[in-house]
Design a protein around this ligand. Structure first.
Ligand SMILES: Cc1cc2nc3c(=O)[nH]c(=O)nc-3n(C[C@H](O)[C@H](O)[C@H](O)COP(=O)(O)O)c2cc1C
Length: 237
């Protein structure tokens, strides 16, 4: 009888713990040490894209840096954006893009992530992260910025515009896609890229690297219609 009582009590405890959620108000966030606030805010919005942005200075020095803010802005015309931190300090990627207008975006795989993370280190302007890591430059079809040879998705972009984020001094850079190189194995017949086929990673916060597994692909959502899988065959209409 006593065992049953404790069992019920334990179950209530488990239910309570599962429902408990920690709350952080604006004031709590302001009072958190800056490192903890950054970890929390950087990770709670979800998994982020993992890319290396490669550029070349006017003097010919290649530069490589990791970015987790690359985002699709639209497909017609094909536009990709990314967020640049405030430019009060040396920002080689930004300087090179502004002076040459060209840069490449390269997906990060499981084999590349340690080197990719290392590109966040603050090297001098004349030092190239390509030399400091095993990541290799590759120049293609006359494009002036280097691609990352090991990357299964390499995108050549041209700067078209930028928008200041007045609240924090960051800048949203908008780039037009000029070339896409992709390993054919990634593409389904409808050109949808299955990123997990080549272990393309995702970023959590500023230091977590994860490998997602595709669960399913669903057909275009329509009212009052159940969601069918299209993973093994693309949608008819
Ligand atoms: C996981 C990770 C993600 C990052 N994402 C961004 C980003 O989206 N925007 C940004 O400005 N810096 C980002 N950084 C910081 C840059 O990689 C870092 O400032 C780098 O030194 C910039 O190099 P550069 O001066 O050669 O351009 C990130 C760093 C890490 C480790």
């Amino acid at each position: 009888m006593l065992v049953l009582f404790y069992l019920i009590l334990f179950n209530f405890f488990v239910i309570f713990v599962k429902q408990f959620m920690e709350r952080f108000t604006t004031k709590d966030l302001e009072e958190l040490p800056s490192r903890q606030r950054a970890h929390l805010i950087n990770s709670i919005s979800g998994y982020k894209s993992a890319n290396l942005i490669a550029t070349r200075s006017e003097d010919g020095v290649p530069n490589l840096a990791i970015f987790s803010s690359v985002v699709h802005l639209g497909s017609n015309p094909a536009l990709l954006g990314f967020v640049m931190r405030p430019i009060g300090v040396e920002r080689h990627t930004y300087d090179n893009i502004k002076s040459t207008l060209h840069y490449t975006i390269n997906a990060i795989t499981k084999e590349m992530y340690r080197d990719a993370h290392h590109t966040a280190a603050k090297y001098k302007e004349h030092e190239s992260e390509f030399t400091m890591t095993s990541l290799e430059e590759s120049y293609k079809d006359g494009f002036q910025a280097p691609y990352v040879k090991q990357s299964p998705i390499q995108i050549g972009c041209r700067w078209v515009n930028e928008y200041p984020i007045e609240e924090n001094g960051c800048i949203l850079i908008v780039g037009a896609v000029e070339s896409i190189y992709v390993v054919p194995e990634l593409l389904h017949s409808d050109h949808w890229a299955q990123l997990d086929r080549m272990d393309i990673m995702t970023i959590v916060g500023l230091d977590g690297y994860a490998l997602p597994n595709l669960e399913d692909r669903l057909e275009y959502a329509k009212p009052n219609q159940s969601q069918n899988s299209i993973l093994n065959g693309s949608q008819k209409d």
